[in-house]
Design a protein around this ligand. Structure first.
Ligand code: ADP
Length: 163
């Protein structure tokens, strides 16, 4: 059987070790994994789409498996069709994620019947990790090395030193 292509969409502002945990688990299941940065300026991300993609590329460089880092505008449902991908991969942390993720999954299914959403849960140590917390700690000059890879740590330090 042909191996399914999965898309892992997100803001990744910036990529955390929680995201990377989900990517590694996804790579064990799918023949190809596309990590897709949502190009959504209305969310006012701290890092540009290009920077977020660069950080993802650097952080996943040594992973085993076929991985592509990309970005997209517009609807995920349409991007899935363009990429011929059948699976939307999302991470599910604590129960707090559930309602939002369920709403997204059902809305995406309404827009694209062909795509199924699958949820993966990270290692316990990343269950409460979110990018906004990492940004807040970095802004206050705290140690984020347990939460992001060294390249991202460097970018965060650089970003907040320029402010
Ligand atoms: P968005 O803010 O656009 O929902 P994020 O980049 O924050 O996207 O997250 C992308 C996906 O990764 C979401 O499904 C989110 O629940 C999941 N995710 C984020 N942080 C973690 C984590 N620490 N462990 C597992 N999944 C996570």
């Amino acid at each position: 059987m042909e191996q399914a292509i999965a898309v892992y969409p997100g803001t990744f502002d910036p990529v955390t070790r929680g995201h990377l945990d989900v990517i590694e688990r996804g790579l064990k299941i799918f023949g190809r994994l596309i990590v897709a940065v949502v190009n959504n300026p209305s969310k006012h991300p701290v890092f540009s789409t290009e920077e977020r993609m660069e950080m993802l590329k650097e952080s996943t460089r040594n992973m085993d498996g076929e991985i592509e880092v990309d970005s997209f505008n517009g609807l995920l449902a349409d991007y899935m069709t363009v990429k011929k991908a059948k699976v939307v991969l999302r991470g599910l942390r604590a129960i707090s994620d559930f309602e939002y993720e369920l709403e997204m999954a059902l809305t995406n299914r309404h827009l694209n019947e062909e795509a199924e959403t699958m949820f993966l849960t990270p290692s316990e140590k990343y269950i409460y990790l979110r990018a906004s917390t990492v940004r807040q700690i970095a802004k206050l000059k705290g140690d984020v090395s347990a939460f992001v890879t060294p390249n991202v740590e460097k970018r965060l330090a650089q970003h907040y030193s320029e402010q």
